[in-house]
Design a protein around this ligand. Sequence first.
Ligand code: SAH
Length: 379
Amino acid sequence: MTESSTPKVNLVGYSPAQLEDFFESIGEKRFRATQVMKWIHQLGATTFDEMTNISKALRQKLSEVAELREPEVIFEKFSKDGTRKWVIRTEGGSSVEAVLIPDGDRKTLCVSSQIGCSLDCSFCSTGKQGFNRNLTAAEIISQVRIAIRSYGPFDPSGERRVTNVVLMGMGEPLMNFDNVVAAVQLMMEDNAYGLSKRRVTLSTAGVVPALDKLREVTDVSLAISLHAPNDELRDVLVPVNKRYPIKELIAACNRYLDKLNDKRVITVEYTMLAGVNDQPEHARQLVKVLRKLPSKLNLIPFNPFPNSGYDRPSDDAILAFKEIMLKAGIITTVRRTRGDDVDAACGQLVGQVQDRTRRSQKYIPVVQEEPAAEVQRPQ
Ligand code: SAH
């Protein structure tokens, strides 16, 4: 085969095991994987030339068969509350978003896993954009690289620029299983980002068979998007519930926790929609569901977007709901809305999805593309 007909492999998204296999396949020692992983993920290398502890000959060989490719940032937005959002162009022209939420010492990066989403939850703006494709592992992990690099050259001895990662951006992580697992492994790998398993959280609407597979390959922390205390309502809000109803989801979560063999619990996310799932009766039903799962509850006040058809409950309604849960002994917090002035809050991430489904036609799209020149800086 000629060189031009052999596509180069992109090492940015390779999991530790894949990278070792790669080096073996080109006749090199497996420990090269560690060296290259450090260069890519701890030192932010964008070329093999920078990898000065690797011989020139090997660097040359690498550049013939492999590359370090990452998607391009179209623009960045700064919220008044310190939240930052990156809009990232992927191959094929669609864009996705990543959000960094600083909170004291904690800097949480919210990462996207798909271009759009295939699940179509009724209150989520990402779902309304339809679905284009899964992100590659490189496109997922690049969001971490982009966030770290935005603070200047990589400095592994300096303060951590990203302390936590949540897979709560665009997409359903468990519908993009292999790529998400590779990216999560890199986040938790000592020779890459070295985040502890308690600081990387995968959030899912509840794809039960994938959840069962997940515990075989990783021990990442888990959040589930419940949003309703009974199947009748959840079927409407989170349509994947028709295939995997609440009882099955809770059982799968318990199996996941059993495998972890530590004291972690599952975070249950509950987006509060006025008059829909925020009544005392819903809270009482929810208590019964959560009694069956070691968990903590995170109430998310609905973040509005145009034509959503839903409203955010009053603060009083949210507080009353929270009180019922607390009185029943369920650890409950209310998520503070962050970054909503730059459309970076939960459920507001839309990117620019070239929809391959018909779904977005039912919806008036939120157009928000801006030219690269108009990067907004904080005052
Ligand atoms: N598909 C995964 C990952 C997305 S996480 C999942 O469902 O868990 C994004 C979180 O924000 C989910 O809990 C989602 O239900 C919630 N969310 C979506 N739209 C929202 C909105 N408009 N307001 C508040 N939360 C929303």
